[in-house]
Write a protein of this length. Structure first.
Length: 234
């Protein structure tokens, strides 16, 4: 999509936002810049909510500038043949506006979700990460958690079990736990007939202790193959 067309799209989408969510938004604008992630190849910053200097240190009077980066959208579109400019533009715009609303209300939920997203990048790249990061993701109706396209099903255990049963998309499944697995363990489930858009991860962990807040555990990661169970066997 050309810069001018994307700029017009963002203007139309901004006009659909209820006025109360735009209170304190000095500007919604489109930049031609391409903004790569500072450390991770293939990850692009699509937008930013930039707080503006204010004379009063009162979040109720906070003003922000929302910027969407056309070059980053183009880079992502080149890598994704089914890239949806309209949907991605709307998601990015509303995400950045939510930052502004939460800053004004002093509610840190979205900041925590962004930190969880960074931790999930680290998980994918085999780096150290906070093993409870997924709990700052979106909690789903079945009690699992979603961070971007990845879904995390949590099991609190005292010892590593030989196998784990779980339900997904209306079906019952079992996976063997690899020999040598230690807690906490992140087991990426393969072989599901209806997988999520990203990974489905079984998280096996002990109950958190106060000390766990001050240290970052070494996390076991592995892949397991799902075995379908009879409907009555849950």
């Amino acid at each position: 999509m050309r810069f001018s067309d994307f700029e017009a799209l963002v203007r139309r989408q901004a006009a659909e936002i209820p006025a109360e969510f735009l209170d304190g938004i000095a500007e919604v604008t489109v930049s031609p810049r391409t903004v790569p992630h500072p450390a991770r190849e293939g990850i692009w910053t699509l937008g930013e909510c930039i707080p503006l200097p204010a004379a009063e240190n009162d979040p109720r009077h906070l003003q922000s500038r929302v910027v969407l980066y056309h070059g980053s959208f183009q880079a992502l579109a080149r890598e994704s043949p089914d890239f949806d400019w309209v949907a991605e533009g709307w998601e990015t715009l509303t995400h950045e506006l939510r930052h502004h609303v939460e800053w004004k209300a002093r509610v840190p939920d979205l900041e925590a979700l962004d930190v969880a997203t960074e931790a999930n990048y680290a998980r994918h790249d085999g780096e150290r990460f906070d093993p409870l990061f997924y709990r700052d993701g979106l909690r789903l109706a079945d009690g699992s958690f979603r961070v971007e396209d990845d879904v995390f099903i949590e099991r609190v255990v005292s010892l590593v079990p030989p196998a784990v049963r779980f339900r997904w998309a209306g079906g019952s499944y079992q996976v063997p736990v690899p020999a040598g697995a230690e807690l906490p363990a992140f087991l990426t489930v393969l072989g599901l007939p209806e997988p999520p858009a990203g990974d489905l991860v079984l998280v096996l962990r002990k109950r958190s202790r106060l000390l766990d807040l001050f240290r970052r555990s070494v996390v076991y990661q592995g892949e397991v193959e799902a075995v379908s169970l009879p409907a009555h066997d849950t």
